[in-house]
Design a protein around this ligand. Sequence first.
Ligand code: MN
Length: 508
Amino acid sequence: MPLYQLSKEGIILFENLRFLDTTLRDGEQTPGVALSTDDKIKIATALDDLGVHVIEAGSAVTSAGERAAIKAVAGLGLNAEICSYCRMRTDDIDLALECDVDSVHLVVPSSNLHIETKLKKDIRNKQDREDVLRMAGEVAEYAKAHGLIVEFSAEDASRADFKFLKELYASGTDNGADRLCFCDTVGMLTPERTFTIFSELSYSANAPVSVHCHNDFGLATANTIAAFRAGAAQGHVTINGVGERSGNASLEEVVVQLEHLYGMNTGIKTKNLYQISRLVSRLMNIPVAPNKALVGGNSFTHEAGIHVHDLVKNTASYEPISPEFVGRTRRIVLGKHAGASSIDLALTELRLDANPAQKQEIFKRVKEMGDKGLRVTDADLQTIAESVLEIHCEPTVKLRSFSAVSGRPSIPMASVILEVNGKEEVCVDTGNGPVDAAIRAIRRAVSSLGDIVLEEYHVDAITGGTDALVEVTIKMSKDGKVITSRGARTDIIEASVEAVINGMNRLI
Ligand code: MN
């Protein structure tokens, strides 16, 4: 039995799938996240370039600042439809109108639990039931009368009475709603139940139906796919699966699954996925788990060993898709378990040719580092390889001098003098501490070289005591390429500066 069937119907249903991205609304509701207008503009522009159909830019009722941000996004002239979240209130619709959005995601409570909590009504009571249906219809009609596209959304639909839910949807479409949405607000659906529900809803409703899944049980992506298979027209997704609690269905997972496991062309520019994942992670300050599907740090990283031995012959042996599909590159991590084949593959990734004797020498030096308990960073391997192969690379970025100051009360501040492509760059910056200030100053000095992102920063004291040798290991990226590098000094600021400059030279 196949896990799925590409029936004739299935393929037809998959043809016009749409994606509503709610990174800027549900995603921003992630605890502790607040995006500035500038951040929202950056993310919306990237989402539009990615090819999503609708961008839910925020919730107009939140604040004046939020409205300014939504309005700014709506004013960008993007291809995507720009949408604001609204509650079942005409004054929410008025605030959305102030933002010049194309559409509203009008969310009405549908489970009795939510109706009792929010509206103090009980749908088992005939009058209350009619009141809720009327109120929902009136707000939809109001939004339509003001020229908005209306996505009429049933909140907590997975815990609603199904008969009432269909009456609620009818009150939406009877009053002009353009689309309907089924929200699995607390992530209670299973793929099987989703399939059953959408098989009924998709064909009986008078408008296309969207699915909005949450990941409380880790099923958001599977449920979204199940809804699509049963006729859902649009999926609500977020980059990296960010969102309230355990988040929403992740855009990259849903899209790449449809493309690779279901043979569908989604129209999404998948080569942009890694870059936008990094952008959202950085601006929201939410790290992506290393084992996250497709965009996690380890998704296309291979540690030395028998896997790498086979990868050398055929990368497909331990990779389901090529990393380039999502805009990434393969990484080979070397250490004391490194085998000759890992070195081979790592050299191939660095585009370096070595003869057998040179490979043997590189292998020996990597092993020596591993035996000393050191992690062999990408920069280390490159340095070893270049020295064995007698390649002399003039570094693009050279440190001439730096100084950093800290204290209390004073603002930590650093200045650097670098040589970048032979040209002197002098930069000063402040930061949370002297290390942060120094790294900021360096990044500022090399800004002409493109967008280099510091992904991870890690400090180890190698020996005890305050005079210890400090080892700083960092991970940096540029245009989807990720590298690791190291600096080791007794001075933590110097070790950080060294690691960052080493890493930059390897990235460029
Ligand atoms: Mn939600």
